[in-house]
Design a protein around this ligand. Structure first.
Ligand SMILES: Cc1cc2nc3c(=O)[nH]c(=O)nc-3n(C[C@H](O)[C@H](O)[C@H](O)COP(=O)(O)O)c2cc1C
Length: 352
């Protein structure tokens, strides 16, 4: 494993990263995204670690079979040091770019076990766990964190722990655990982490467009940007930001391009073994985000949510995205006032 951070694919640009998202950042989704301009690297959805865990096969598949040519970091969630180290050793046998520790998951069932976002309440535990993992990981060891649990009082203490253990890169999602996915992102806290840490910082949270990515880069001083839900809505965001940085005119997708993306999602991200209704249910989870840029009055979202079968859903997409609409531009940022059906924090973790 190389100890140098991955270089962006285009010289003179800052790195962009696809956010780890449970049940979204799958092998298939990574491929679908990469076809429209890959991020500079990926982070897997988290491997859950406990005393009887083995690395989940579908997540291993996303490390081994993504075929995008871009590096992939393997993310872990857990707090039991011996089992975390055992899992690290297993994952280091895979072609991973590095190991990433989850210190942000806000699902109550997760944080109550003092893992994910729960770790942020206990800097002494973070010190012990991160110190042991650092000893075990000869290459890149990264952390993805929020700015606190229910406030930012312990942020400095946590940053000092990460600095002491020579973490190679820290991604900061500028919300507290209690802020879930909708509170206003505190970009000044990300800027504070950039100033405090000796390693590069990737900024995360509502990086909604290429233009906003460039603005936030200047505002926070971050090394690069991580996009999650906005990449589900707009899979061209990584290519657009690269183009913007290189002084080229970014690709402007039309609704016809969006229809082709929807077909890729239907063909590759919805299990063919599922019924038509189940596939429609899965596709709608993506369309909840895609629909935010289709029309200002939310007519597409309204109509697609009422479809039951996959056939009905794709016909709805044809009506709204093809024919006279095919050449209409797809909005760069979500239309104001529209909401994706909120991300649910389930008992298990986070899912669409
Ligand atoms: C459906 C979903 C699943 C997520 N799963 C994970 C995960 O497995 N690991 C993680 O560190 N963050 C996870 N996150 C958080 C994202 O990585 C990211 O930090 C968050 O969505 C904010 O970025 P965004 O505004 O660009 O979406 C998840 C988010 C969503 C919406």
């Amino acid at each position: 494993m190389n100890a140098a951070l991955p270089q962006p694919s285009a010289a003179g640009t800052r790195p962009s990263v696809l956010a780890p998202m449970q049940d979204v950042t799958t092998t298939a989704f990574m491929r679908v995204i990469a076809r429209r301009g890959a991020p500079d690297w990926f982070v897997t959805e988290y491997f859950r670690v406990h005393e009887s865990s083995t690395p989940e096969r579908h997540i291993v598949d996303s490390v081994v079979n993504h075929g995008t040519g871009r590096p992939v970091f393997a993310q872990l969630i857990g707090e039991d040091t011996p089992h975390m180290l055992r899992t690290v050793r297993e994952l280091l046998k895979l072609p991973v770019a590095g190991i990433d520790l989850n210190m942000g998951c806000p699902a109550p069932k997760v944080y109550r076990k003092n893992v994910g976002g729960g770790l942020l309440r206990d800097p002494a535990k973070v010190d012990e766990l991160v110190g042991a993992m650092r000893q075990e990981i000869p290459g890149l060891f990264t952390v993805k964190m929020r700015i606190g649990f229910d406030g930012t009082e312990r942020f400095d203490e946590l940053l000092a722990v990460l600095a002491r253990h020579r973490i190679d890169l820290v991604t900061v999602h500028g919300r507290t655990v209690k802020g879930l996915y909708w509170s206003e992102v505190d970009y000044s806290a990300i800027a504070h982490a950039v100033r405090s840490l000796p390693c590069p910082v990737i900024a995360n949270g509502d990086v909604a467009s290429a233009t906003k990515a460039s603005r936030l880069l200047a505002e926070t001083g971050a090394h690069g940007m991580m996009m999650g839900r906005h990449a589900i809505r707009n899979p061209w965001i990584f290519a657009q930001w690269r183009d913007l940085q290189l002084g080229r005119t970014p690709f402007r997708p039309t609704l016809g391009d969006v229809r082709a993306y929807v077909q890729d999602l239907a063909d590759e991200c919805c299990d063919l073994a599922m019924s038509s209704e189940q596939r429609a249910g899965r596709l709608k989870k993506f369309l909840n985000f895609v629909g935010l840029g289709v029309d200002a009055d939310g007519a597409f979202l309204h109509e697609m949510r009422r479809c039951v079968t996959l056939e009905e859903l794709l016909a709805c997409c044809d009506r709204r995205l093809l024919g006279p609409h095919a050449h209409e531009p797809y909005a760069d940022e979500p239309y104001r006032g529209l909401v994706a059906r909120p991300t649910r924090e389930t008992q298990q973790g986070c899912e669409l």
